[in-house]
Design a protein around this ligand. Structure first.
Ligand SMILES: Cc1cc2nc3c(=O)[nH]c(=O)nc-3n(C[C@H](O)[C@H](O)[C@H](O)COP(=O)(O)OP(=O)(O)OC[C@H]3O[C@@H](n4cnc5c(N)ncnc54)[C@H](O)[C@@H]3O)c2cc1C
Length: 420
């Protein structure tokens, strides 16, 4: 058996980011994954601005290495199609100039992005990376946790950091984080080649369709003429309507609305599905000798389905607390509760806001009314662009007074409340 203070289960974005942050703090760790990399992960492959911002904090050259190695699609905005189909284009930066090395977001197949993170892990000699090893059991001991792999190997640790994703056994059985269908989404993804009609600056597309609410159909542009195409919906609604999302994806692609864009396209991989544990319900993500990160901590944005950014962010927060645990030799639940305090401050407010927006958007008429106001008002579009980076501004979106003032402002002037 190997005694080691910090063991991380799962080397996806959450686990890899935890190990990297620890390493840059000068702290060794053991990082275990059941897969060998490169490996696929069912995802929309959209990497929001949070990810480069955080990774650059480790090493300002890190994103250069990523771009050189995997040439991701540089993304400059979102095309948003409400049920009324009235297109709204939201660039991530007002008046941007397209410089690929300064892109605010990317689309990169996860088989590449996750392999890149593993390459970064391999550059750090103090991370003991153990692949092709599935942790089968975790047992609470006097010192912390005893982890046992399928092949019989064991690790004794003081702090277990769980980054083992949406199906985490530890999160469910040890930390008691049951799946709640009202706060969970199901989604399917297919790779296509030859889809046409993209924005020239790789805007990702979210199509909010009547029959799939709350949820959306997406088309994200990948390099080399490929696209990530998918459909996601809240699991309780999928169950209630008895939908088979794989079949529904085919129905949408063949529908009148999208037929032209897919006329010469071919699907290059079978359609695959996976679950999204949404962060719309408050949960406690720490306890005696453990922390839950990423999907194991149910931290996916309930409106956009974005989880990579929060996986990396929670990994950083876990690593920074682990440094304090080691310094003070404290691994008890009371000390580790500081993790939840920081998650609350950094991520929960944003998750709650997204949940409120997800709920508001269940009412088609409200969505159509609000997007109608936006589409007719260039200054509001500019304001919404600024909201991408300004969280305080984004809070205005769920305030009825904000929309009421816009509705009454026929001149297109942004109301004073939002100009601050
Ligand atoms: C269809 C779909 C579309 C999505 N689209 C987007 C998107 O466009 N943008 C976005 O930001 N997010 C998206 N998400 C969410 C995103 O995929 C996740 O939030 C993200 O992968 C979470 O990272 P993670 O490291 O927590 O978990 P994962 O990426 O799932 O990594 C977990 C790792 O743990 C390993 N593991 C599991 N069990 C064990 C074990 N017992 N022993 C050892 N290793 C183990 C696995 O092999 C895996 O490598 C999407 C999700 C889905 C399902």
């Amino acid at each position: 058996m190997t005694p080691t203070p910090i063991v991380i289960i799962g080397a996806g974005p959450a686990g890899a980011a935890t190990a990297l942050r620890l390493s840059y703090l000068g702290i060794p760790s053991t990082l275990i994954d059941k897969a060998t990399f490169p490996r696929d992960k069912v995802c929309g492959d959209a990497i929001s601005g949070k990810v480069p911002t955080l990774l650059n904090r480790l090493d300002p050259a890190i994103m250069d290495r990523f771009r050189k190695r995997f040439s991701p699609a540089d993304v400059w905005g979102i095309r948003f199609y409400p049920p009324s189909k009235k297109l709204i284009e939201l660039p991530f930066k007002v008046g941007y100039e397209r410089i690929p090395d300064e892109a605010p977001g990317y689309v990169s197949k996860r088989i590449d992005f996750d392999a890149f993170l593993i390459e970064e892990v391999r550059r750090r000699p103090d991370i003991d990376l153990i692949l092709n090893t599935e942790i089968k059991t975790t047992e609470r001991t006097q010192e912390g946790y005893l982890l046992r792999a399928k092949d019989g190997r064991e690790w004794q640790c003081r702090l277990l950091i769980d980054g083992s994703g949406a199906h985490s056994r530890f999160s469910r059985h040890e930390a008691g984080q049951e799946t709640d269908k009202d706060h969970h989404a199901a989604a399917v993804r297919a790779y296509y080649r030859g889809v046409t009609g993209f924005h020239p600056d790789n805007f990702i597309e979210l199509h909010f369709l009547d029959a799939y609410n709350p949820g959306y159909f997406w088309i994200f542009p990948l390099p080399n003429g490929e696209a990530n195409v998918g459909l996601g919906m809240r699991s309780d609604i999928v169950k209630k309507k008895g939908l088979n999302l794989r079949k529904e994806l085919d129905v949408i692609v063949a529908s009148e609305q999208f037929r032209d864009r897919f006329r010469d396209a071919e699907q290059i991989d079978p359609t695959v599905g996976y679950g999204l544990p949404l962060g719309s319900k408050d949960r406690t993500l720490s306890g005696d000798h453990y922390l839950l990160t990423g999907d194991a901590g149910h931290l996916i944005d309930p409106l956009t389905g974005e989880g990579i950014g929060n996986a990396v962010y929670s990994g950083f927060i876990a690593a920074e607390l682990a440094e304090k645990c080691l310094a003070e030799n404290r691994f008890d639940a009371e000390f580790l509760a500081a993790y939840d305090v920081r998650i609350e401050r950094v991520l929960r407010t944003e998750l709650r806001l997204s949940y409120r927006m997800q709920q508001i958007m269940q009412y088609k008429w409200i969505t159509n009314l609000l997007t109608g106001i936006v589409a007719a008002n260039p200054k509001v579009i500019e304001l919404l662009c600024r909201m991408y980076t300004d969280f305080e501004l984004r809070k205005q979106l769920v305030k009825p007074t904000f929309w009421w003032k816009l509705f009454r402002t026929k001149t297109g002037q942004v109301p004073a409340v939002a100009r601050k």
